[in-house]
Design a binder for this molecule. Structure first.
Ligand code: SAM
Length: 250
């Protein structure tokens, strides 16, 4: 048995009912191009291998690689390394990304994948429940922020089910949740970078008005959005409008 490594955010799934529900959520088809992030000891990997012709996995912990390789399935391709540096071009597109993500880097992983949106068919992740709530939050809520806007501008977000700490070994201190993210058929903007710049600035000081936060890039004269509000009041479409107004000026 591998000793869980905190540094790599290792909380291994041990509850088979949860694993079955994750597989049912993914609903894998034989010719899907699946990529699993952080396969660990193979809790989700092994059952998935029965459903698909090819499964790519990327795992950082060298001590787990031999365990994964000993699964000895001809349809399993094991990559060792950091997912944040992983070249997605080695996986055929469109990619269905899945994983019980290491919680310490889950936002980084989401932003990394967002930058590769054109290669992605969908994503099914286990995350800290609080992170899923932030991704899915509506404007006006305290937890609505950069993660909510950036994810909802490009994905249809669905929280699927909640998972208690006891489903893992070691048990994390928080609840988890499975989320499904499907790229919108009509993306609201193609300009991820500019939207990110506007959103980052807008939420840089949550208690200040947009007029204050955005003053280096946009003034009230240049937009119909009321800049006396705080960023948390704006809908996703409002942010897209701000991005377009910004682009007109530059
Ligand atoms: N999928 C397994 C399960 O459900 O039991 C393990 C999940 S565990 C929460 C997260 C896994 O991600 C660990 O195996 C860990 O070693 C791996 N990991 C952590 N950081 C990583 C990174 N930067 N790139 C790839 N894998 C990483």
């Amino acid at each position: 048995m591998h000793k869980a490594c905190k540094r790599f955010g290792q909380n291994f799934l041990v509850d088979h009912r949860i694993i079955d529900r994750i597989i049912a959520t993914i609903a894998p088809k034989r010719d899907d191009n699946l990529l699993e992030i952080g396969p660990g000891q193979g809790a989700i990997t092994l059952p998935l291998l029965d459903y698909v012709d090819q499964l790519n996995v990327i795992e950082i912990d060298r001590n787990l690689i031999s365990i994964l390789e000993s699964l000895k399935h001809s349809n399993l391709i094991v990559h060792q390394g950091d997912v944040l540096k992983f070249d997605l071009n080695v996986v055929p597109i469109p990619i269905r990304v899945i994983g019980n993500l290491p919680y310490n880097i889950s936002s980084h992983v989401l932003f990394y994948l967002l930058k590769n949106l054109n290669k992605i068919k969908d994503m099914t992740f286990m995350l800290q429940k609080e992170v899923v709530e932030r991704i899915a939050a509506n404007n006006g809520s305290k937890i609505y922020g950069r993660l909510s806007v950036m994810m909802q501008a490009f994905f249809d977000v669905q929280m699927i089910f909640i998972v208690p700490p006891e489903s893992f070994n070691p048990a994390p201190r928080v609840e988890s949740a499975v989320v499904h993210l499907k790229p919108l058929t009509q993306p609201k903007t193609k300009d991820i970078k500019i939207l990110e710049k506007v959103v980052k600035l807008a939420f840089s000081q949550r208690r200040k008005t947009l007029k204050n936060c955005l003053k280096s890039i946009l003034t009230q004269k240049q937009t119909n959005i009321d800049l006396s509000q705080r960023a948390e009041m704006l809908t996703i479409d409002n942010f897209i409008t701000l991005t377009k107004d910004y682009e007109k000026q530059h």
